[in-house]
Design a protein around this ligand. Structure first.
Ligand SMILES: Nc1ncnc2c1ncn2[C@@H]1O[C@H](COP(=O)(O)OP(=O)(O)OP(=O)(O)O)[C@@H](O)[C@H]1O
Length: 257
């Protein structure tokens, strides 16, 4: 079985600079991967190469298909991206935003396929935003908007789910809920990749890690393989140590200075 996401020698250039340099990686179906790296390391750019927003050199394969051979709607059925900077300045209701997640399944000009309403309502219920369904998305808080965007991502029901700093505006309870959803999607067999700054939340919920540094893939694999003191020093300039949390017994990363 081919991996959920496979990148072969991806290079991306913009503004006269090479932002991603010869990246090859593979993420299995059913894995929840944390994409790590300092500010500017290339995490967002990498996610945008996977869903084809950025035209890069090399090969991007999703569920065994080269995304260059797919139509826009085929790509959207294969990959969804929850973006940290999605512009929601238009006067759509929260329900309409979530309904847009069903766009890849719409027949020409048709809004709301049969069965879509059930999927949309379920996604809003799961993310706790059903009560805002008829409220304009410009009238809710940043964290509530983030949850509406996640509901849209759930409604899109793609094989691969890309989350770019998905918990940036979320309180503790919804951060946990979102990562638990990531795990659930992976258990359903999807491939989930999340760009994350909070390494301890990544350690708690992700099973695979990719560490970027200045546009290059520094390490990929388990927490122990990726978050070694040498890699963390190189990527973040910090002395760190992985240890087992005595309360929940999972791995955590301590910064030693
Ligand atoms: N379209 C572009 N044109 C020029 N430079 C770009 C473009 N997009 C990104 N960059 C640069 O590429 C580098 C990587 O950006 P990217 O947003 O992928 O980093 P990141 O790891 O997601 O960072 P952060 O953690 O701060 O969100 C940055 O130095 C950024 O300034």
């Amino acid at each position: 079985m081919e991996p959920g996401v496979e990148l072969k020698h991806i290079t991306f250039q913009a503004g006269g600079r090479t932002i991603l340099k010869d990246i090859s990686l593979s993420a299995d179906r059913g894995c929840f991967a944390g994409v790590l790296g300092a500010n500017g390391a290339g995490k967002t750019t990498l996610l945008k190469c996977i869903n084809g927003i950025h035209a890069c050199s090399g090969e991007v394969r999703v569920w065994g298909r080269n995304i260059r051979d797919c139509t826009e709607k085929e790509v959207a059925r294969l990959v969804s991206l929850m973006n940290q900077n999605t512009n929601l300045e238009f006067d759509f209701t929260c329900r309409q935003v979530v309904e847009f997640g069903r766009y890849p399944y719409w027949k020409k000009g048709f809004w709301g396929e049969k069965g879509d309403e059930r999927i949309v309502v379920q996604a809003m219920r799961d993310t706790g935003v059903l009560e805002f369904a008829d409220v304009l998305v410009t009238r809710i808080s940043g964290g509530e908007r983030q949850r509406v965007l996640f509901a849209k991502t759930l409604a899109q029901d793609s094989r691969v789910v890309l989350l770019d700093e998905p918990t940036a505006n979320l309180d503790l309870r919804y951060q946990r809920q979102l990562f638990q959803f990531g795990q659930r999607l992976a258990c359903e067999g999807k491939t989930v990749l999340a760009a994350v700054h909070d390494l301890n939340i990544a350690l708690r919920y992700c099973d695979t890690f990719f560490l970027l540094h200045e546009g290059e893939l520094l390490a990929q694999g388990t927490a122990g393989e990726v978050m070694s003191p040498e890699h963390m020093r190189q990527a973040y300039g910090l002395n760190t140590q992985l240890y087992r949390n005595p309360v929940h017994h999972g791995l955590e990363l301590a910064v030693l200075e």
